[in-house]
Design a protein around this ligand. Structure first.
Ligand code: ADP
Length: 334
């Protein structure tokens, strides 16, 4: 089942690494973050010291991993990549930290999911470039302080709110990533098309950009699907008409809603009079897991102004009704 989740699909990673921007000036959009980061990196380079630890905060698919790799490239240092869930045992983290070379970048994706002992080990590592290695067990256990190379931690999180205070405080700079404008996504698409050798017309790019939910990962994914269609059913050129026809096959509508998004709205409006209704009930109505509805559909529907989360349940907005071609009752929220 095709879903426009902003999270990478299995098998998507290889395509993504081809399309990743390598340097800061190739990184499209996020002008504020780019300028801030440039200053952080240039300041550090002038001082000849590793920059402050950097926290990248924002929804999936907006370029956090790409930025982490760019930071390392701009510093001319290697990067070591891991994730919060992979650091279940503090020993794994200690091993990684003690193998770091001078000025290396360590990237921890989903850092809010790091286990507590590993998190506590990070405090000391980030602050003093030290780890305490515990040797032995029980009353005889001793802790040996071990110096590690000065490094830069780049953490990425989709939920900066669930980071503990002490961890958040140890990042010298936090970059808040925003959703991309359709114009920025057109630039992302133009660049991707060039790399992939796709003949993408400007109007074709605009058509895809408008349905990409502000997310480069989704834009690139749609571009690959449209390319298939263009090559199989036409001469490979992506015009506006080809983009439209291809996205119709994949059930992605003009606003970027996929079939499940529309099913959720439709159930909400047609079966529950527009709500309020609980998310579990809504999920049953569309035959999906509540977590899928809550984590994949709802964030976008809320952002698109079609669904509101209220204490009494989910409510369809007037825009949702009109998007489904229906007239909203008078008391429906805007
Ligand atoms: P995240 O780590 O936030 O989930 P990624 O860095 O993995 O996002 O980005 C997903 C894909 O989107 C990358 O493969 C890259 O091709 C593309 N992408 C993201 N941000 C940009 C950007 N600013 N410019 C060009 N491509 C981008």
């Amino acid at each position: 089942e095709w879903q426009l989740s902003p999270v990478a699909e299995p098998g998507e990673r290889d395509d993504e690494s081809t399309l990743r921007p390598r340097r800061l000036d190739e990184f499209v959009g996020q002008a504020r973050v780019r300028e801030q980061l440039q200053l952080v990196l240039q300041g550090a380079t002038r001082r000849g010291a590793p920059p402050d630890h950097v926290l990248l905060s924002g929804p999936p698919g907006l370029g956090k991993t790409s930025l982490a790799m760019i930071i390392a490239a701009e510093l001319g240092r290697p990067i070591r990549i891991t994730s919060g869930p992979a650091l279940e045992r503090a020993g794994d983290l200690a091993a990684m930290l003690s193998n770091l070379t001078d000025g290396e970048v360590m990237f921890i994706d989903e850092i809010h999911r790091i286990a507590r002992p590993a998190e506590e080990m990070l405090y000391l590592a980030m602050e003093d470039f030290r780890v305490d290695v515990v040797v032995g067990k029980g009353p005889g256990a001793t802790s040996i302080p071990l110096e590690i190379a000065p490094f830069t931690l780049v953490g990425a999180t989709t939920r900066s709110g669930s980071l503990t205070g002490p961890l958040r405080d140890r990042f010298g700079f936090t970059a808040h990533m925003e959703f991309y404008t359709p114009e920025e996504l057109e630039l992302v698409l133009r660049r991707s098309a060039r790399i992939l050798g796709i003949d993408l017309h400007a109007e074709g790019g605009a058509e895809i950009a408008g349905r990409s939910r502000g997310t480069p990962r989704i834009a690139n994914r749609l571009l690959r699907r449209v390319r298939d269609y263009a090559e199989v059913r036409a001469d490979g050129t992506v015009t506006r008409e080809i983009a439209r026809a291809a996205l119709a096959v994949y059930d992605v509508d003009e606003l970027g809603l996929d079939r499940l998004d529309r099913a959720v709205l439709s159930a909400l409006v047609r079966s529950f009079g527009g709500g309020p209704v609980g998310v579990a009930t809504l999920a049953v109505a569309v035959g999906e897991e509540p977590t899928t509805v809550e984590e994949v559909c709802e964030p976008f529907l809320v952002r698109a102004g079609m669904l509101a989360r209220t204490p009494r349940g989910r409510v369809a907005t007037a825009l949702a009704w009109s998007h489904l071609g229906l007239t909203a009752p008078n008391d429906v929220p805007g």
